[in-house]
Design a protein around this ligand. Sequence first.
Ligand SMILES: C[C@H](CCC[C@@H](C)[C@H]1CC[C@H]2[C@@H]3[C@H](O)C[C@@H]4C[C@H](O)CC[C@]4(C)[C@H]3C[C@H](O)[C@]12C)C(=O)SCCNC(=O)CCNC(=O)[C@H](O)C(C)(C)COP(=O)(O)OP(=O)(O)OC[C@H]1O[C@@H](n2cnc3c(N)ncnc32)[C@H](O)[C@@H]1OP(=O)(O)O
Length: 420
Amino acid sequence: MTSSPSDKQSYPCPGLESVFFGSVCVCVCVCVREREREMALSGVRVIELAGLAPAPFCGMILSDFGARVIRVDRTKVTMAMDSLARGKQSVALNLKSPQGVAVLKKLCIQSDIVLEPYRKGVMEKLGLGPEELLKENPRLIYARLTGYGQSGSYAKTAGHDINYLAMSGLLSMLGRSSEKPYAPLNLVADFAGGGLMCALGIVLALLERSKSGQGQIIDASMVEGAAYVGSFMWKSRSLGLWNRPRGENMLDSGAPFYDTYQTSDGKHMAVGAIEPQFYDQLIQGLGLDAASLPPQMSFSDWPELRQTFARVFAEKTQAEWSRIFDGTDACVTPVLPLDEAGSHPHNRERGSFLMDAQDEVSPRPAPVLSRTPARPCLSRDPVVGEHTRSVLEEYGFDPAHIEQLLSAGVVECNKAKARL
Ligand SMILES: C[C@H](CCC[C@@H](C)[C@H]1CC[C@H]2[C@@H]3[C@H](O)C[C@@H]4C[C@H](O)CC[C@]4(C)[C@H]3C[C@H](O)[C@]12C)C(=O)SCCNC(=O)CCNC(=O)[C@H](O)C(C)(C)COP(=O)(O)OP(=O)(O)OC[C@H]1O[C@@H](n2cnc3c(N)ncnc32)[C@H](O)[C@@H]1OP(=O)(O)O
Protein backbone atom coordinates (compact mmCIF):
# COMPACT_ATOMS: atom_id res chain seq x y z
CA MET A 1 0.00 0.00 0.00
CA THR A 2 2.78 2.43 0.84
CA SER A 3 6.04 3.06 -0.95
CA SER A 4 9.34 3.99 0.57
CA PRO A 5 9.43 7.49 2.05
CA SER A 6 12.73 7.97 0.25
CA ASP A 7 11.02 7.47 -3.10
CA LYS A 8 11.19 11.01 -4.47
CA GLN A 9 8.42 10.38 -6.98
CA SER A 10 6.13 10.05 -3.97
CA TYR A 11 6.17 13.78 -3.37
CA PRO A 12 5.05 15.62 -6.46
CA CYS A 13 4.74 19.36 -5.96
CA PRO A 14 2.16 20.86 -8.33
CA GLY A 15 3.96 22.10 -11.40
CA LEU A 16 7.30 20.83 -10.15
CA GLU A 17 7.22 17.10 -11.02
CA SER A 18 10.35 17.21 -13.10
CA VAL A 19 12.28 18.38 -10.04
CA PHE A 20 12.49 14.92 -8.66
CA PHE A 21 14.16 13.38 -11.65
CA GLY A 22 16.93 15.94 -11.85
CA SER A 23 19.63 17.26 -9.58
CA VAL A 24 19.13 19.55 -6.60
CA CYS A 25 20.25 22.42 -8.84
CA VAL A 26 17.44 21.70 -11.29
CA CYS A 27 15.04 21.68 -8.37
CA VAL A 28 16.06 25.15 -7.23
CA CYS A 29 15.94 26.66 -10.72
CA VAL A 30 12.47 25.30 -11.34
CA CYS A 31 11.41 26.50 -7.92
CA VAL A 32 12.50 30.07 -8.62
CA ARG A 33 10.80 30.07 -12.02
CA GLU A 34 7.59 28.71 -10.54
CA ARG A 35 7.62 31.27 -7.75
CA GLU A 36 7.84 34.09 -10.28
CA ARG A 37 4.32 33.24 -11.34
CA GLU A 38 1.59 35.27 -9.66
CA MET A 39 0.51 34.11 -6.21
CA ALA A 40 -2.19 35.48 -3.93
CA LEU A 41 0.29 37.54 -1.88
CA SER A 42 2.79 38.41 -4.62
CA GLY A 43 4.17 41.91 -4.10
CA VAL A 44 3.48 41.97 -0.35
CA ARG A 45 6.57 42.80 1.72
CA VAL A 46 6.84 41.44 5.25
CA ILE A 47 9.35 42.12 8.02
CA GLU A 48 9.19 39.23 10.48
CA LEU A 49 11.03 39.70 13.77
CA ALA A 50 12.46 36.32 14.71
CA GLY A 51 10.36 34.47 17.28
CA LEU A 52 9.88 30.97 18.61
CA ALA A 53 7.11 29.07 16.81
CA PRO A 54 3.82 30.94 16.12
CA ALA A 55 5.28 33.96 14.31
CA PRO A 56 7.61 31.83 12.17
CA PHE A 57 4.58 29.78 11.11
CA CYS A 58 2.65 32.93 10.28
CA GLY A 59 5.59 34.18 8.21
CA MET A 60 5.90 30.87 6.40
CA ILE A 61 2.22 30.90 5.42
CA LEU A 62 2.63 34.40 3.96
CA SER A 63 5.80 33.32 2.14
CA ASP A 64 4.21 30.14 0.76
CA PHE A 65 1.45 32.24 -0.78
CA GLY A 66 3.89 34.63 -2.43
CA ALA A 67 4.80 37.35 0.07
CA ARG A 68 8.41 38.44 0.31
CA VAL A 69 9.31 37.67 3.93
CA ILE A 70 12.46 39.10 5.47
CA ARG A 71 13.23 37.66 8.89
CA VAL A 72 15.20 39.93 11.20
CA ASP A 73 17.56 37.83 13.32
CA ARG A 74 19.92 38.67 16.13
CA THR A 75 23.61 38.97 15.41
CA LYS A 76 26.14 36.50 16.82
CA VAL A 77 23.81 33.52 16.73
CA THR A 78 25.29 30.32 15.40
CA MET A 79 22.07 28.67 14.33
CA ALA A 80 18.62 29.86 13.30
CA MET A 81 15.89 28.63 15.65
CA ASP A 82 13.36 28.94 12.84
CA SER A 83 12.46 25.58 11.35
CA LEU A 84 9.54 27.27 9.56
CA ALA A 85 11.71 29.45 7.33
CA ARG A 86 10.59 28.26 3.91
CA GLY A 87 11.12 30.96 1.31
CA LYS A 88 12.29 33.59 3.79
CA GLN A 89 15.38 35.77 3.67
CA SER A 90 17.43 36.65 6.73
CA VAL A 91 18.93 39.94 7.86
CA ALA A 92 21.07 39.85 11.04
CA LEU A 93 20.67 43.06 13.00
CA ASN A 94 21.63 44.14 16.52
CA LEU A 95 18.65 45.92 18.04
CA LYS A 96 20.61 46.81 21.17
CA SER A 97 22.34 49.45 19.09
CA PRO A 98 20.54 52.71 18.15
CA GLN A 99 21.87 52.31 14.62
CA GLY A 100 20.32 48.84 14.45
CA VAL A 101 16.99 50.28 15.53
CA ALA A 102 17.27 52.93 12.82
CA VAL A 103 17.95 50.23 10.22
CA LEU A 104 14.91 48.24 11.31
CA LYS A 105 12.76 51.35 11.21
CA LYS A 106 13.80 52.00 7.62
CA LEU A 107 12.99 48.40 6.67
CA CYS A 108 9.60 48.51 8.39
CA ILE A 109 8.38 51.76 6.94
CA GLN A 110 9.06 50.53 3.42
CA SER A 111 7.12 47.30 4.01
CA ASP A 112 3.47 46.28 4.02
CA ILE A 113 3.59 44.19 7.17
CA VAL A 114 5.56 44.05 10.39
CA LEU A 115 5.15 40.84 12.34
CA GLU A 116 6.42 41.04 15.92
CA PRO A 117 6.38 38.26 18.54
CA TYR A 118 7.79 40.03 21.58
CA ARG A 119 6.46 40.65 25.02
CA LYS A 120 4.19 43.73 25.25
CA GLY A 121 6.25 46.91 25.44
CA VAL A 122 9.47 45.64 23.82
CA MET A 123 8.89 47.40 20.49
CA GLU A 124 7.78 50.63 22.19
CA LYS A 125 10.97 50.59 24.31
CA LEU A 126 12.95 50.46 21.05
CA GLY A 127 10.96 53.37 19.63
CA LEU A 128 9.42 51.04 17.06
CA GLY A 129 5.89 50.85 18.41
CA PRO A 130 2.97 50.92 16.00
CA GLU A 131 2.08 54.60 16.52
CA GLU A 132 5.62 55.53 15.61
CA LEU A 133 5.77 53.40 12.47
CA LEU A 134 2.23 54.06 11.28
CA LYS A 135 2.97 57.78 11.44
CA GLU A 136 5.74 57.21 8.88
CA ASN A 137 3.82 54.67 6.82
CA PRO A 138 0.03 54.91 7.31
CA ARG A 139 -0.45 51.86 5.05
CA LEU A 140 1.58 49.63 7.37
CA ILE A 141 -0.10 46.56 8.88
CA TYR A 142 1.47 45.97 12.26
CA ALA A 143 0.80 42.43 13.53
CA ARG A 144 1.49 41.74 17.20
CA LEU A 145 1.44 38.04 18.03
CA THR A 146 1.52 37.38 21.74
CA GLY A 147 0.14 34.93 24.26
CA TYR A 148 -2.11 37.20 26.30
CA GLY A 149 -2.65 40.16 23.98
CA GLN A 150 -1.71 43.82 24.37
CA SER A 151 -3.92 44.54 27.39
CA GLY A 152 -5.05 42.85 30.59
CA SER A 153 -3.10 41.92 33.70
CA TYR A 154 -1.20 39.05 32.02
CA ALA A 155 -0.13 41.11 29.00
CA LYS A 156 3.51 41.29 30.08
CA THR A 157 3.77 37.78 31.53
CA ALA A 158 5.88 35.05 29.92
CA GLY A 159 4.11 31.91 28.74
CA HIS A 160 3.96 29.13 26.20
CA ASP A 161 1.33 27.24 24.28
CA ILE A 162 0.20 25.13 27.22
CA ASN A 163 -0.46 28.25 29.33
CA TYR A 164 -2.45 29.96 26.61
CA LEU A 165 -4.45 26.81 25.96
CA ALA A 166 -5.16 26.52 29.68
CA MET A 167 -6.36 30.14 29.81
CA SER A 168 -8.59 29.63 26.77
CA GLY A 169 -10.72 27.10 28.64
CA LEU A 170 -9.98 24.36 26.13
CA LEU A 171 -7.23 22.51 27.96
CA SER A 172 -9.73 21.52 30.65
CA MET A 173 -11.58 19.51 27.99
CA LEU A 174 -8.61 17.65 26.58
CA GLY A 175 -7.55 14.29 27.95
CA ARG A 176 -8.66 10.76 28.67
CA SER A 177 -11.22 9.78 31.25
CA SER A 178 -9.93 9.98 34.85
CA GLU A 179 -6.65 11.48 33.68
CA LYS A 180 -5.28 15.00 34.03
CA PRO A 181 -5.68 17.50 31.15
CA TYR A 182 -3.38 16.83 28.24
CA ALA A 183 -2.06 19.35 25.68
CA PRO A 184 -2.10 18.03 22.09
CA LEU A 185 1.49 19.01 21.23
CA ASN A 186 1.65 22.80 20.81
CA LEU A 187 -0.82 22.69 17.95
CA VAL A 188 -3.80 24.59 19.27
CA ALA A 189 -2.50 27.85 20.76
CA ASP A 190 0.85 28.31 19.00
CA PHE A 191 -0.20 27.27 15.54
CA ALA A 192 -4.01 27.23 15.05
CA GLY A 193 -4.90 30.04 17.46
CA GLY A 194 -1.58 31.87 17.05
CA GLY A 195 0.29 31.72 13.73
CA LEU A 196 -2.66 30.81 11.55
CA MET A 197 -5.07 33.26 13.19
CA CYS A 198 -2.51 36.03 12.87
CA ALA A 199 -2.09 35.21 9.17
CA LEU A 200 -5.87 35.50 8.81
CA GLY A 201 -5.76 38.89 10.52
CA ILE A 202 -3.03 40.04 8.15
CA VAL A 203 -4.92 38.91 5.06
CA LEU A 204 -8.09 40.63 6.36
CA ALA A 205 -6.16 43.83 6.99
CA LEU A 206 -4.62 43.67 3.50
CA LEU A 207 -8.06 43.22 1.99
CA GLU A 208 -9.44 46.14 3.98
CA ARG A 209 -6.42 48.28 3.05
CA SER A 210 -7.18 47.74 -0.62
CA LYS A 211 -10.43 49.68 0.03
CA SER A 212 -9.41 52.26 2.64
CA GLY A 213 -5.75 52.71 1.77
CA GLN A 214 -4.97 52.51 5.50
CA GLY A 215 -2.97 50.10 7.61
CA GLN A 216 -3.88 49.00 11.12
CA ILE A 217 -2.65 47.21 14.22
CA ILE A 218 -3.45 43.53 14.76
CA ASP A 219 -3.58 42.37 18.39
CA ALA A 220 -3.39 38.57 18.02
CA SER A 221 -3.64 36.88 21.41
CA MET A 222 -3.08 33.13 21.41
CA VAL A 223 -5.50 32.70 24.30
CA GLU A 224 -8.24 34.33 22.25
CA GLY A 225 -7.15 32.70 19.00
CA ALA A 226 -7.26 29.25 20.58
CA ALA A 227 -10.62 29.97 22.21
CA TYR A 228 -11.98 31.18 18.87
CA VAL A 229 -10.79 28.01 17.11
CA GLY A 230 -12.73 26.20 19.85
CA SER A 231 -15.97 28.15 19.35
CA PHE A 232 -17.81 24.91 18.59
CA MET A 233 -17.06 23.70 22.12
CA TRP A 234 -18.83 26.70 23.63
CA LYS A 235 -21.64 26.96 21.17
CA SER A 236 -22.49 23.24 21.12
CA ARG A 237 -22.83 22.88 24.87
CA SER A 238 -26.59 23.22 24.61
CA LEU A 239 -26.59 20.08 22.45
CA GLY A 240 -25.33 18.09 25.43
CA LEU A 241 -22.14 17.12 23.64
CA TRP A 242 -19.94 17.97 26.62
CA ASN A 243 -22.17 17.20 29.62
CA ARG A 244 -20.11 14.28 30.86
CA PRO A 245 -16.67 14.43 32.52
CA ARG A 246 -13.54 14.90 30.40
CA GLY A 247 -12.82 11.87 28.22
CA GLU A 248 -16.33 10.45 28.53
CA ASN A 249 -18.12 12.40 25.81
CA MET A 250 -18.72 11.43 22.22
CA LEU A 251 -15.91 13.42 20.64
CA ASP A 252 -13.28 13.39 23.38
CA SER A 253 -12.49 9.65 23.16
CA GLY A 254 -15.39 8.70 25.43
CA ALA A 255 -17.31 6.93 22.66
CA PRO A 256 -15.97 3.58 21.39
CA PHE A 257 -16.90 4.61 17.85
CA TYR A 258 -14.70 7.73 18.07
CA ASP A 259 -11.33 6.48 19.24
CA THR A 260 -8.14 4.71 18.17
CA TYR A 261 -7.45 0.99 18.40
CA GLN A 262 -4.24 -1.02 18.40
CA THR A 263 -3.76 -3.58 15.64
CA SER A 264 -1.92 -6.91 15.81
CA ASP A 265 1.31 -5.34 14.50
CA GLY A 266 1.36 -2.65 17.20
CA LYS A 267 0.03 0.06 14.89
CA HIS A 268 -3.32 1.82 15.22
CA MET A 269 -6.56 2.52 13.39
CA ALA A 270 -8.66 5.67 13.88
CA VAL A 271 -12.42 5.21 14.11
CA GLY A 272 -14.86 8.10 13.62
CA ALA A 273 -18.12 6.27 12.85
CA ILE A 274 -20.63 8.69 14.36
CA GLU A 275 -23.69 8.62 12.12
CA PRO A 276 -25.79 5.40 12.33
CA GLN A 277 -25.32 4.53 8.65
CA PHE A 278 -21.53 4.81 9.00
CA TYR A 279 -21.57 2.99 12.34
CA ASP A 280 -23.37 0.07 10.65
CA GLN A 281 -20.49 -0.17 8.18
CA LEU A 282 -17.98 -0.20 11.05
CA ILE A 283 -19.79 -3.11 12.70
CA GLN A 284 -19.97 -4.92 9.38
CA GLY A 285 -16.25 -4.39 8.64
CA LEU A 286 -15.32 -5.65 12.09
CA GLY A 287 -17.35 -8.79 11.37
CA LEU A 288 -19.60 -8.25 14.40
CA ASP A 289 -23.26 -9.13 14.68
CA ALA A 290 -25.20 -5.87 15.22
CA ALA A 291 -28.07 -7.71 16.91
CA SER A 292 -25.78 -8.97 19.68
CA LEU A 293 -24.39 -5.50 20.48
CA PRO A 294 -25.89 -2.78 22.72
CA PRO A 295 -27.32 0.34 21.04
CA GLN A 296 -24.66 2.70 19.70
CA MET A 297 -25.68 5.61 21.96
CA SER A 298 -26.02 3.68 25.21
CA PHE A 299 -23.41 5.49 27.34
CA SER A 300 -23.42 2.85 30.04
CA ASP A 301 -22.49 0.17 27.50
CA TRP A 302 -19.61 2.13 25.99
CA PRO A 303 -16.87 0.57 28.17
CA GLU A 304 -17.92 -2.94 27.19
CA LEU A 305 -18.35 -2.02 23.53
CA ARG A 306 -14.87 -0.49 23.54
CA GLN A 307 -13.43 -3.74 24.86
CA THR A 308 -15.15 -5.67 22.05
CA PHE A 309 -13.78 -3.30 19.40
CA ALA A 310 -10.30 -3.44 20.96
CA ARG A 311 -10.32 -7.25 20.96
CA VAL A 312 -11.38 -7.42 17.31
CA PHE A 313 -8.95 -4.74 16.07
CA ALA A 314 -6.11 -6.63 17.79
CA GLU A 315 -6.77 -9.64 15.55
CA LYS A 316 -5.47 -8.13 12.29
CA THR A 317 -2.62 -5.90 11.13
CA GLN A 318 -3.10 -2.27 10.19
CA ALA A 319 -2.66 -3.13 6.50
CA GLU A 320 -5.33 -5.84 6.74
CA TRP A 321 -7.80 -3.46 8.41
CA SER A 322 -7.00 -0.79 5.83
CA ARG A 323 -7.83 -3.22 3.04
CA ILE A 324 -11.14 -4.04 4.74
CA PHE A 325 -12.18 -0.45 5.36
CA ASP A 326 -10.68 1.36 2.36
CA GLY A 327 -13.46 2.36 -0.02
CA THR A 328 -16.21 2.04 2.63
CA ASP A 329 -18.01 4.77 4.57
CA ALA A 330 -17.14 3.24 7.93
CA CYS A 331 -14.91 6.23 8.71
CA VAL A 332 -11.96 4.03 9.63
CA THR A 333 -8.42 5.00 8.61
CA PRO A 334 -4.88 3.97 9.50
CA VAL A 335 -3.05 6.16 12.03
CA LEU A 336 -0.06 7.12 9.89
CA PRO A 337 3.28 8.22 11.33
CA LEU A 338 4.74 11.39 9.79
CA ASP A 339 7.15 9.45 7.58
CA GLU A 340 4.33 7.40 6.05
CA ALA A 341 1.70 10.12 5.59
CA GLY A 342 3.27 11.43 2.37
CA SER A 343 3.41 8.06 0.69
CA HIS A 344 -0.17 7.01 1.44
CA PRO A 345 -1.86 6.59 -1.96
CA HIS A 346 -4.52 9.23 -1.31
CA ASN A 347 -2.04 11.86 -0.16
CA ARG A 348 0.34 10.93 -2.97
CA GLU A 349 -2.39 11.26 -5.60
CA ARG A 350 -3.15 14.78 -4.39
CA GLY A 351 0.48 15.78 -3.90
CA SER A 352 -0.32 16.68 -0.29
CA PHE A 353 3.32 16.59 0.77
CA LEU A 354 6.42 17.97 -0.88
CA MET A 355 10.12 17.26 -0.73
CA ASP A 356 12.57 20.15 -0.66
CA ALA A 357 16.09 20.46 -2.01
CA GLN A 358 17.41 18.93 1.19
CA ASP A 359 15.19 15.86 0.89
CA GLU A 360 13.02 17.04 3.78
CA VAL A 361 9.37 16.09 3.47
CA SER A 362 6.75 18.53 4.73
CA PRO A 363 3.07 19.36 4.08
CA ARG A 364 2.29 21.37 1.00
CA PRO A 365 0.60 24.71 1.77
CA ALA A 366 -3.15 24.54 2.23
CA PRO A 367 -5.69 25.36 0.99
CA VAL A 368 -5.22 24.92 -2.75
CA LEU A 369 -6.31 27.96 -4.78
CA SER A 370 -7.34 27.14 -8.36
CA ARG A 371 -5.78 30.09 -10.22
CA THR A 372 -3.10 31.33 -7.86
CA PRO A 373 -2.01 28.39 -5.72
CA ALA A 374 0.85 28.63 -3.25
CA ARG A 375 4.21 27.82 -4.83
CA PRO A 376 6.40 27.05 -1.87
CA CYS A 377 10.11 27.59 -2.23
CA LEU A 378 11.97 24.29 -2.30
CA SER A 379 15.49 25.60 -1.80
CA ARG A 380 17.22 25.40 1.58
CA ASP A 381 16.36 27.68 4.50
CA PRO A 382 18.44 30.85 4.84
CA VAL A 383 21.34 31.01 7.24
CA VAL A 384 21.18 33.87 9.72
CA GLY A 385 22.32 37.06 8.01
CA GLU A 386 22.61 35.52 4.56
CA HIS A 387 20.67 38.32 2.88
CA THR A 388 21.74 41.27 5.01
CA ARG A 389 23.68 43.02 2.28
CA SER A 390 21.27 42.40 -0.60
CA VAL A 391 18.23 43.43 1.45
CA LEU A 392 19.87 46.61 2.74
CA GLU A 393 20.90 47.55 -0.80
CA GLU A 394 17.38 46.93 -2.02
CA TYR A 395 15.92 49.05 0.79
CA GLY A 396 18.10 52.02 -0.20
CA PHE A 397 21.16 51.82 2.04
CA ASP A 398 24.25 52.98 0.16
CA PRO A 399 27.30 50.67 0.06
CA ALA A 400 29.45 52.89 2.31
CA HIS A 401 26.74 52.95 4.97
CA ILE A 402 26.41 49.16 4.79
CA GLU A 403 30.18 48.76 5.27
CA GLN A 404 30.05 51.09 8.27
CA LEU A 405 27.17 49.10 9.82
CA LEU A 406 29.08 45.88 9.23
CA SER A 407 32.31 47.09 10.78
CA ALA A 408 30.42 48.50 13.78
CA GLY A 409 28.82 45.09 14.32
CA VAL A 410 25.32 46.55 13.88
CA VAL A 411 24.56 44.13 11.07
CA GLU A 412 26.16 40.85 10.08
CA CYS A 413 26.56 38.98 6.79
CA ASN A 414 26.96 35.22 6.81
CA LYS A 415 27.42 32.71 4.04
CA ALA A 416 25.94 29.24 3.86
CA LYS A 417 28.57 26.57 4.49
CA ALA A 418 29.06 24.26 1.53
CA ARG A 419 27.50 20.84 2.07
CA LEU A 420 29.94 18.04 1.26
C1 LIG B 1 6.01 25.78 23.11
C2 LIG B 1 6.50 26.87 22.19
C3 LIG B 1 7.96 27.13 22.30
C4 LIG B 1 8.78 26.06 21.65
C5 LIG B 1 10.08 26.63 21.27
C6 LIG B 1 11.13 25.59 20.97
C7 LIG B 1 10.91 25.05 19.58
C8 LIG B 1 12.50 26.23 21.21
C9 LIG B 1 12.64 26.74 22.68
C10 LIG B 1 14.11 26.61 23.01
C11 LIG B 1 14.76 26.30 21.67
C12 LIG B 1 16.14 25.65 21.69
C13 LIG B 1 17.15 26.50 22.48
O1 LIG B 1 17.09 27.90 22.10
C14 LIG B 1 18.60 25.98 22.32
C15 LIG B 1 19.01 25.72 20.87
C16 LIG B 1 19.29 27.03 20.12
C17 LIG B 1 19.75 26.76 18.70
O2 LIG B 1 19.97 28.01 18.04
C18 LIG B 1 18.66 25.96 17.96
C19 LIG B 1 18.43 24.64 18.68
C20 LIG B 1 17.99 24.83 20.15
C21 LIG B 1 18.01 23.44 20.79
C22 LIG B 1 16.59 25.44 20.22
C23 LIG B 1 15.56 24.56 19.46
C24 LIG B 1 14.14 25.14 19.54
O3 LIG B 1 14.06 26.32 18.80
C25 LIG B 1 13.73 25.38 20.99
C26 LIG B 1 13.60 24.02 21.69
C27 LIG B 1 5.75 28.16 22.43
O4 LIG B 1 4.81 28.21 23.12
S1 LIG B 1 6.26 29.54 21.55
C28 LIG B 1 5.20 30.84 22.11
C29 LIG B 1 5.91 31.67 23.09
N1 LIG B 1 5.16 32.86 23.43
C30 LIG B 1 5.11 33.94 22.64
O5 LIG B 1 5.68 33.99 21.58
C31 LIG B 1 4.28 35.09 23.18
C32 LIG B 1 4.89 36.45 22.92
N2 LIG B 1 6.23 36.51 23.38
C33 LIG B 1 6.59 36.51 24.67
O6 LIG B 1 5.76 36.50 25.59
C34 LIG B 1 8.07 36.55 24.95
O7 LIG B 1 8.74 36.94 23.79
C35 LIG B 1 8.60 35.19 25.42
C36 LIG B 1 8.31 34.08 24.43
C37 LIG B 1 8.00 34.82 26.78
C38 LIG B 1 10.13 35.28 25.56
O8 LIG B 1 10.43 36.28 26.49
P1 LIG B 1 11.86 36.97 26.51
O9 LIG B 1 12.01 37.59 27.86
O10 LIG B 1 12.91 36.00 26.10
O11 LIG B 1 11.79 38.03 25.33
P2 LIG B 1 10.93 39.36 25.19
O12 LIG B 1 10.49 39.87 26.51
O13 LIG B 1 9.89 39.17 24.18
O14 LIG B 1 11.98 40.39 24.65
C39 LIG B 1 12.79 40.15 23.55
C40 LIG B 1 14.12 40.79 23.84
O15 LIG B 1 15.02 40.47 22.81
C41 LIG B 1 15.52 41.69 22.27
N3 LIG B 1 15.77 41.46 20.86
C42 LIG B 1 14.91 40.99 19.95
N4 LIG B 1 15.49 40.95 18.74
C43 LIG B 1 16.75 41.37 18.91
C44 LIG B 1 17.85 41.58 18.02
N5 LIG B 1 17.76 41.33 16.72
N6 LIG B 1 18.99 42.04 18.54
C45 LIG B 1 19.11 42.32 19.86
N7 LIG B 1 18.11 42.17 20.74
C46 LIG B 1 16.95 41.70 20.27
C47 LIG B 1 14.45 42.70 22.52
O16 LIG B 1 14.94 43.99 22.39
C48 LIG B 1 14.04 42.31 23.91
O17 LIG B 1 15.03 42.80 24.78
P3 LIG B 1 14.64 43.37 26.24
O18 LIG B 1 14.24 42.19 27.07
O19 LIG B 1 15.92 44.02 26.74
O20 LIG B 1 13.52 44.34 26.06
